[in-house]
Design a binder for this molecule. Sequence first.
Ligand code: PEP
Ligand code: MG
Length: 571
Amino acid sequence: MYKGTNASSGIGIGTAVIVEETELVIEKKTVTDTEGEVGRFKGALDKTMKDTEALAADLATRVGEKEAEILQGHLMLLMDPMLIGEIENTIKGEKICSEFAIEMVCTMYANVFAGMDDELMQQRATDMRDIKTRMQRVLLGAETVDIASLPAGSILVAKDLTPSMTAGINPKNVVGIVTELGGKTSHSAILARALEIPAVVAVNDFMNQVKDGDRVILDGDAGCVFVNPDASVEKDYADKREAFLAEKKELEKYIGQPTITKDGVTVELVANIGKPKDVEKVLQYDGEGVGLFRTEFLFMDRNSMPTEDEQFEAYKKVAEALGGKPVIIRTLDIGGDKEIPYMGLEKDENPFLGYRAIRLCLDRKEDIYKPQLRALLRASAFGNIKIMIPLVTCIDEYREAKALIDELKLELDRKGIAYNKDIQVGIMVETAAASLIADIFAKEADFFSIGTNDLTQYTMSVDRGNDKISYLYSTFNPAVLRSIRRIITCAREEGIMVGMCGEAASDPMMIPLLLAFGLNEFSMSASAILYSRKLITSLSTQELQAVADKAMSFTTTKEVEDYMRGFVAGL
Ligand code: PEP
Ligand code: MG
């Protein structure tokens, strides 16, 4: 049995599929048999085309025609006689290997496209780079596993999964995820929860303990994994899986019930989403709105930035699907563990303290921020959209974003385009600085949402994905708890709504404290909503004051955790 961190609930029983990402090294090698080399190139071209056709067909049925269009564009490039001719001529003329000829010709074209003013042409540059790498991968035999089309019953095993890889997973076929790296709040773990796929992360040296095709069982609650287990373990976990599914069914009776405490305090129970299609789960689990739409996922899993219109369609779709219920959409939050290769961002020495989120957006107003804000404003005419700014540390950032929104509103007025003139603009409180000046922010921002995933990281100075120091990463640390309480108090003093969209919002040991502090809104993975409703409706905020006072009187994380564990067990 191997131990790791429990990252997504449930029992996974299936077959291991190992996913390894390799870096490509393209060397300039001379060849003598140039005809033979051209044949080699043609073979790779052919295979890349066939793979692309298959992927496009799969994407069209699984996700949508629009998404598949990107791949149709790739096919057109792969069929372009000029491009093919030039690569052939380079192989023959320079007597160099196909990999290098592809590198030279495709990079040259990509640079030409990238230098053009037209947005469409710039997308071509990204497409060109993408087909270049795909052909080179075929030639080097370094093809990646196609995560979207794994066989049914697969357990994904990887060193780490990037968020975009996780987003490509088809939950019908993937029954579990095990990684060597990552933590509970790394984005792949968050996505695994959204997709309701059991997951265990941070299993030390696991890649050396398992091979393709091994039978794997994982327990996403206990955080343990078995490789080729004996019959008694198999039976045990098959039973546990049944019990887990039965409990899930039982919670369905909370669908349609109000979220109100025993002493009559109503709170909002809303969901975190990453893509418009996640709304299905929000409706299925009776979410009362969306408390966090992580828009960076619209930018992942593709080769170029989504256009303003594409974004508008996505935001509008969510707003309409929720029919007037609140939809809080966070503006682009990339950086940290959320990388977007085509944006060409330099690697930061300290990504979590670096050029990311609002810092990057305010620096890239023309090509990134304005199109997104314009799309959000336009979509606000179709539902109850609120805009949320991530990672703010000082009021200037909020003011600058707000001023930009006001400027865009005037632009839309001039063009006669509809939008919600009273659209609310709030902030995520997720840095130590924002917490310390929450009183200042509360006077200007329309609402707060506490991002405990980052607030814990920045308060404790602990990388949220580093397993070696995860013992420090706890929202129950007195420093983090004081910060949370303070943020809620500041918001309530100014009469603005205060929610929480970090993972702590669905932690059964944290919910009683948050109710006692006066939190208005709890935003979580849709699958956690019904259990949280069950818990909240069984509690009284008045009775919880004494519990919160006691919890806040402790001096160590462990004391608080033990106390809250005992409290929840006694309910
Ligand atoms: C957070 O930091 O708590 C949060 C919700 O944002 P993210 O996890 O996307 O950084
Ligand atoms: Mg965050």
